[in-house]
Write a protein that binds this ligand. Sequence first.
Ligand code: PBE
Length: 268
Amino acid sequence: FAESPQTLTVGAKSFTESVTLAEIAKILGEEVGAPFNSVSELGGTRVLWSALKTGEISVYPEYTGTIREELFRGESLPDEAAIRKRLAREGISMTSPLGFNNTYALGMKESLAEELNIKTISDLNDHPTLKYGFGNEFMDRADGWPSLKAKYNLVAQDTQGMEHALTYRGVDSNEIQVTDVYATDPNINKFNLRVLKDDKFHFPKYEAVYLYRTELEKTHPKFISQLRSMAGRLSDQSMLSLNEQVELDNNSEAEVAARFVRETFQLD
Ligand code: PBE
């Protein structure tokens, strides 16, 4: 097959890691001559998933736990093969995992956690007056606050949703004391947060993958083979480091993505 001249769009959720992974996909595609629009940062999980199904975007980075627990909540998808089969019914395919797990977790200021002796999510119930502030998506998601609260029987009297990017400052200034964090987010270290142990194993694994429209295997086979070559390329540590380069060192996602692709694929 020859590569189709049709211009593709890679979508991203509104956070650094998602945009960086989208930029990586775009660069890999451009390397084999496929034309791309600029990365389309659309919002939250549901928006991206709809845009992929309608064809507004052709590819976006997603997480296995999110596919299983949020997109297909209530359906039994025990393993990767089951996920693939379910996605196929929507005309969507998934690459193999890229290698890291960006799980949700609850975090609080290390100093406060130490003072109150909170190590696990269960420990939170010893302190019912703590204020909780969560990113809006976590607040609503099936695998987020509603089910976490139920699983741990959390007595949270004060809970609010906010833009996720603002939760770290909220914790830092003590406006809230507990928030949802993403495991590969450099803000955990920057703001000196303690990640509470998920002692009841609420959260599944959120392994990063790319979702793409299956028709691209015919129209853009070289691009898809490039995308697939990302399997296993990013450890937890290396993804954290890319996120740091954007969030702490003020590089753009596109710059960080370009450097990553150069360093990772040049030696092959
Ligand atoms: N996560 C944690 C979320 C955001 C970060 C990977 C589970 C998601 O995008 O699905």
